[in-house]
Design a protein around this ligand. Structure first.
Ligand code: HEC
Length: 106
């Protein structure tokens, strides 16, 4: 019985964190990273409707709709005119990549 309660508690916790991971905090923090924290700001070069960004140097992310792994790679290593973001932490890069993927998912 006790074991059942514990399992239920763990299941509830997993459901809660899963929801938190793709919910409002992700979208708010991601937007901030996109517009302000990553330097130079992604918004300078990219259009992303969710972030209110209208940059015109790189591809329009709303049209490209990249998977998180593709965004992560671009942020980490750079691509063409896009610089590598070596000052961001691993967690920031992952969050930003998830954000761009989530914000452009239809
Ligand atoms: C100085 C302008 C500039 C900035 C700042 C910039 N990018 Fe880019 N980005 C580009 C250009 C140009 C490309 C296209 C590169 C190419 O295909 O040669 C690109 C490509 C991409 C791609 C597509 C990668 C692929 O595999 O095709 C993604 C995703 C992306 N950028 C996300 C971001 C994010 C997120 C940020 C902020 C951390 C950012 N960019 C900052 C210019 C920029």
């Amino acid at each position: 019985m006790r074991r059942l309660a514990r399992t239920a508690a763990i299941a509830a916790w997993v459901a809660w964190t899963a929801k938190a991971a793709c919910g409002q905090p992700l979208m708010d923090d991601g937007k901030k990273l996109f517009n302000q924290i990553a330097l130079p700001a992604c918004a300078v070069c990219h259009t992303l409707k969710h972030a209110g960004a209208e940059g015109a140097i790189g591809p329009v992310l709303d049209e490209l709709r990249p998977e998180a792994a593709r965004v992560e790679k671009a942020i980490r290593y750079g691509l063409g005119q896009m610089p590598a973001y070596t000052a961001l932490t691993d967690a920031q890069i992952k969050l930003l990549a998830e954000y761009v993927a989530a914000a452009t998912r239809p």
